[in-house]
Ligand binder design. Sequence first.
Ligand SMILES: [Zn+2]
Length: 207
Amino acid sequence: MSRYSLIGCRSERHAEIDPNSQRAALSSWACSECHRNLPGQHLQDVQLSHTALGSQPLMGSFGLYVGFYRRAFLDQLCDSAIDQHFRHAAVLGPNGKPYRDWIVAVAHNRIVVRGSDLPEHNYCPVCGALRYVTRGGIFLYPAPPENIDIFDAGGGPLVVTEKVVERILEYRWPKLAVTELGVAPRPLDGFGTLPLRRLPSNANTSE
Ligand SMILES: [Zn+2]
């Protein structure tokens, strides 16, 4: 069985999204309620309202539930073209010009990192996405598909296989946080099997 790690960032730094850019995203490719990328919708360029992006390889944002990544970092993670693992678009500065070093992205395959410390979950009433929070005791359940190496854990952090994490650790990125993740033999949060999406009864969205 593959081994997995959660990779995230130890920095508190977040991308601050320009309000107009956020509005445009929430009326097209992102859910107006939970701010996740809607199923089947390509990301569009996202404009930031600040220029200080820091030295870390990835960050989340206030305003959209997507990841901001250094392009070189994603290149190092992927064993093939970024397109095969991620939907992505450009990150624009306050002047509207794209940052060459950064992209906004969501991995094609989503996973939920579950936890045994005060876990809570519900489903977005607009797009049906599973929303899950926990304070700790994190694990995966059930075992992820063996043929996938990179999963979107939500808002920037990724779950990757051992071979991917070994590759990325060689580059010694500053502020990278790596947490080993076990696959639990049973759901320790008591929630059973959790579908990643449960369509609202009045929804007309489709996968
Ligand atoms: Zn939603």
